[in-house]
Design a protein around this ligand. Structure first.
Ligand code: FAD
Length: 419
């Protein structure tokens, strides 16, 4: 079998892989970028709406405009790119990556370090177990987005969207602009799953009803969807069947969450955080396998691509240092512990003493709250506080702390309601 030798192998050519590859190259490594799709850009290829790059470029870009700023650099820096190439397996200890492509068949990329940037995938109807028949007209929101925006195929005329995730809300607007009727967005929880700005810009501005604390109980139809039953849910999220009502429609979209694409991570026996479902990393984006770094949605599902680019540059830079033999293995850590209203914290551990002057912890809450103080607590001592007008499960939060304030042991974030 053919073997290609490189310093750094980056798996995945979305925004995370692009930023990591550029940073690794700029830090002196010879890089190969491996992407299973026929083009670079990842999920942003189908995100033709604006809203990208507000933090990084202080401009409102579309998805393709955003990733082009990175693909231009990939070309200018002469980074080797393998398209239509899927990574099947990885040996984290040896640094070998088994690939397959139509052009090259099976071959191995042998690298000194690896960056995982495989993104995430959508949860489907099956994963939330919606009863009913199995007619055509049922899509995940991302699949519908790809059909409409990349393949110019309209998915239906009268639509019900299940879940108030960002992709579902963005698709509600897109379908309305394309002439469909979006009858309603149905959300199980009593609060929104996605960003507030998407509710305002994609639902409220188009008078699309949002039914919070509701679920669909059944899908009806033989060859094509003819309608769904919707019911309010009780506090324990059980449908109240005697209040069920019928909604005629020909299409159902599911926008019920994203899961990091972690098959390779698992297969390579890299530790996975049960709360974020992605690889556990330290502040250098290094995983439990020392030569493997990870970034972007394969680590934790991000709502803003700007944060993805920043953490991926860190992953790429550190993977390059590792490959060049300029790496000292961290020995002592402070471990992040998500408790109470905090679902997960990333990074899961911070190496001490830190090479970087400050450390940013990203986290998501389980329940919404308003007028709160975020407390960063290190071994029972509050080392940082930050006020927040509101925190929502659909929006990532962060808190930054000077690294020299941290001591080995435990680090938690507390969300404290102001008196
Ligand atoms: C519909 C939608 C709307 C969004 N809107 C906004 C917005 O308005 N503003 C904003 O800032 N952010 C937005 N985001 C968030 C942002 O786009 C994502 O967080 C970001 O794209 C994640 O980048 P990534 O590189 O981690 O993943 P992806 O973009 O998913 O890239 C992963 C890549 O890895 C490849 N890959 C996976 N497995 C393999 C393998 N085994 N071998 C080879 N290649 C592989 C995939 O083909 C893919 O190209 C949106 C996201 C979505 C899904």
């Amino acid at each position: 079998m053919n073997i290609m030798y490189h310093d750094v192998a980056v798996i995945g050519g979305g925004p995370a892989g692009l930023a990591a590859a550029v940073a690794a190259k700029k830090n002196g490594a010879d890089v190969v970028l491996i992407e299973r799709d026929s083009a670079l850009g990842g999920i942003l290829q189908q995100c033709i709406h604006p809203g990208f790059g507000l933090i990084r470029f202080q401009e409102e870009l579309t998805g393709p405009e955003y990733y082009t700023r990175f693909t231009d650099q990939v070309s200018a820096l002469g980074i080797e790119t393998l398209l239509n190439t899927t990574v099947l397996e990885m040996d984290a200890e040896k640094g070998s990556v088994l690939c397959v492509s139509k052009e090259n068949g099976m071959f191995t990329v042998q690298a000194k370090s690896i960056v995982l940037a495989m993104g995430c995938r959508e949860r489907t109807r099956a994963q939330i177990a919606v009863p009913g028949s199995r007619p055509s007209g049922i899509f995940t929101a991302g699949a519908a987005q790809r059909l409409i925006n990349r393949q110019n195929i309209m998915v239906g005329k009268k639509i019900v969207i299940v879940g108030s995730g960002d992709i579902g809300m963005i698709m509600a607007r897109r379908l309305t602009l394309e002439g469909a009727e979006v009858v309603m967005v149905v959300e199980l929880m009593p609060y929104l799953a996605g960003l507030t700005r998407n509710r305002v810009q994609c639902l409220d501005d188009f008078s699309i009803p949002l039914k919070l604390a509701h679920t669909i109980t059944r899908i009806e139809g033989e060859s094509r969807v003819t309608g769904v039953y919707v019911a309010p849910v009780s506090e324990d999220r059980k449908p109240i069947i005697d209040q069920e009502f019928y909604v005629p429609c020909d299409t159902v979209l599911f926008s019920v969450g994203l899961i990091p694409e972690n098959e390779l991570t698992r297969q390579a026996q890299i530790e996975i955080c049960p709360r974020s479902n992605g690889a556990k990393v330290n502040q250098y984006m290094q995983t439990s396998a020392s030569k493997v770094f990870a970034c972007g949605n394969v680590v934790h599902v991000n709502d803003l691509v700007d944060n993805v680019s920043a953490e991926s540059e860190r992953a790429g830079r550190n993977a390059a240092l590792y490959a060049k033999g300029e790496w000292t293995e961290p020995k002592e850590f402070v471990y992040s512990r998500a408790k109470d209203n905090v679902r997960y914290i990333c990074p899961q551990m911070t190496a001490l003493p830190s090479k970087d002057p400050s450390v940013t912890l990203f986290f998501r809450v389980l329940e919404p709250a308003t007028d709160v103080t975020l407390q960063l607590v290190n071994n029972d001592k509050v080392i940082r506080t930050q006020k927040a007008i509101r925190v929502n499960p659909g929006e990532m939060n962060s808190i930054t702390v000077p690294a020299d304030l941290l001591s080995p042991g435990e680090l938690t974030v507390k969300v404290v309601k102001e008196a």
